[in-house]
Design a protein around this ligand. Structure first.
Ligand SMILES: Cc1cc2nc3c(=O)[nH]c(=O)nc-3n(C[C@H](O)[C@H](O)[C@H](O)COP(=O)(O)OP(=O)(O)OC[C@H]3O[C@@H](n4cnc5c(N)ncnc54)[C@H](O)[C@@H]3O)c2cc1C
Length: 388
């Protein structure tokens, strides 16, 4: 495959260009309006399915495009630049695709992946519960084996795509007495078609509008044993932790995309708005802000790409994806804040896109493991390395 000046192959550049064009034509013109009304982007999602976006990170043998993580991260950046919520529609889908490709049985891959590649099946993933998010091993949702099935009871919280998804990769406890607790955990590919599984409540959020985030109740829900990921109990925690690194790279890329959009808006506004007889872009105080914003965005982009390339090599990536997620999302918060200030009073108006970015950015510091948890992961790994 021919490589270009920026290190990308022609194929990678074509995919990124296709997505960029899609974002310019189909997302940016309508996103602000849909976001304002908290409306699900039906038409955008339908077109994404048509164009094969739901198969981007699924191997070609299952009908997907087989994009590597590096390309996927760049695609997420482009989409988030248009509207962050759209990256949420596909993020959980690809976390589950990763789970299946990495840990699923052949039968599970054959059953789920071709339908996921077309978007006929839409996947969500669920670890968090009302009582715990960071402390994953404290989950209470229980699955009991009974006559060739798992009977699941419990309440899950914060499930992105909780209502519209067809299948939810769900972390459960099969042995609540296990010590350490993670040894008693499993991941079940819970299909909505089996009764006793419902998205009970849509959570009203500050930002990240359009895409639904729900509570999910399992009430005597029976899933076939064949839906136990990889056919093994006791591995659910490790499986989820490996998959969440895909989510962390997605979130880091979102941070870069949202920050990039905020920067572009600020740059344009700074050249239009006049104070004291000249565009504010000619005041050095504004120039310094623009310089810092662009520099940090570029650094965040490079960290994100490094993490994605490490994942592509099949290496352990907790350090790289943790650093990328931490830096890109904190940068995003900072850049969005500065971009709003450059807009002056108009930045506070709902008529300007910048206030939406300001409401979207904080989620990135929380989702896929808070930034406090990222710091713990990074420090742990650094100390491990130092001890040899
Ligand atoms: C919009 C949205 C969508 C989401 N989508 C999903 C989804 O699809 N699937 C899913 O499973 N989850 C999802 N989540 C949940 C998300 O992963 C959790 O909110 C996140 O992991 C934090 O957990 P928590 O909210 O329970 O906070 P807690 O774990 O209660 O943490 C509260 C605070 O304490 C800090 N803290 C916790 N432990 C420590 C520690 N040891 N040291 C220092 N500080 C600590 C945290 O950083 C945080 O600041 C979503 C959340 C949101 C807001």
């Amino acid at each position: 495959m021919a490589s270009t000046m920026d290190g990308l192959t022609t194929e990678q550049r074509d995919v990124i260009a296709l997505v960029r064009d899609f974002v310019e034509r189909e997302i940016i013109p309508v996103a602000h309006h849909l976001e304002y009304d908290d409306t699900y982007p039906e038409a955008i999602v339908a077109k994404m399915k048509e164009l094969g976006f739901f198969g981007f990170a699924i191997d070609e043998q299952w009908g997907g495009a087989g994009l590597n993580m590096e390309t996927y991260a760049r695609v997420c950046e482009e989409i988030a630049r248009g509207w962050m919520s759209i990256t949420g529609v596909i993020n959980t889908h690809f976390i589950v695709a990763f789970l299946l490709q990495q840990f699923g049985t052949d039968e599970q891959r054959q059953r789920f992946l071709p339908k996921m590649a077309t978007g006929e099946y839409h996947a969500a993933f669920s670890m968090s519960e009302p009582n715990c998010g960071s402390d994953v091993q404290a989950i209470r949702t229980r699955a009991v084996r009974d006559n060739g099935e798992y009977v699941i009871d419990g309440t899950k919280m914060w499930v992105t795509n909780g209502e519209r998804s067809t299948v939810v990769a769900t972390l459960v406890k099969t042995d609540p007495s296990a010590k350490p607790a993670h040894k008693g955990m499993a991941c079940i590919l819970a299909e909505k078609r089996y009764p006793g599984l419902s998205a009970s409540k849509h959570i009203n959020k500050l930002g990240y509008k359009g895409v639904e985030t729900t509570e999910l109740v399992f009430d005597g829900n029976r899933q076939p044993e064949a839906n136990l990921l990889g056919g093994v109990e006791g591995r659910g925690f490790q499986q989820m932790m490996a998959a969440i690194e895909v989510g962390r790279i997605n979130v880091a890329a979102r941070g870069v995309g949202v920050a990039q959009r905020a920067f572009e808006l600020a740059l344009a506004y700074a050249q239009e708005r006049q104070t004291f007889g000249k565009p504010i872009a000619e005041h050095q105080a504004i120039q310094f802000k623009l310089a810092d914003m662009a520099t940090k965005i570029e650094a965040a982009r490079l960290l994100t790409q490094k993490a994605a390339r490490t994942k592509d090599r099949g290496e352990r990536t907790d350090l790289e994806s943790g650093m990328a997620k931490l830096f890109a999302t904190e940068t995003c918060m900072e850049v969005v804040n500065e971009a709003m200030r450059i807009h002056g009073g108009y930045g506070f108006s709902r008529e300007f896109e910048i206030e939406q970015l300001y409401r979207d950015a904080p989620l990135l510091c929380i989702g896929e493991g808070t930034n406090e948890i990222q710091r713990i992961i990074i420090a742990k790994r650094l100390l491990e390395k130092a001890r040899g």
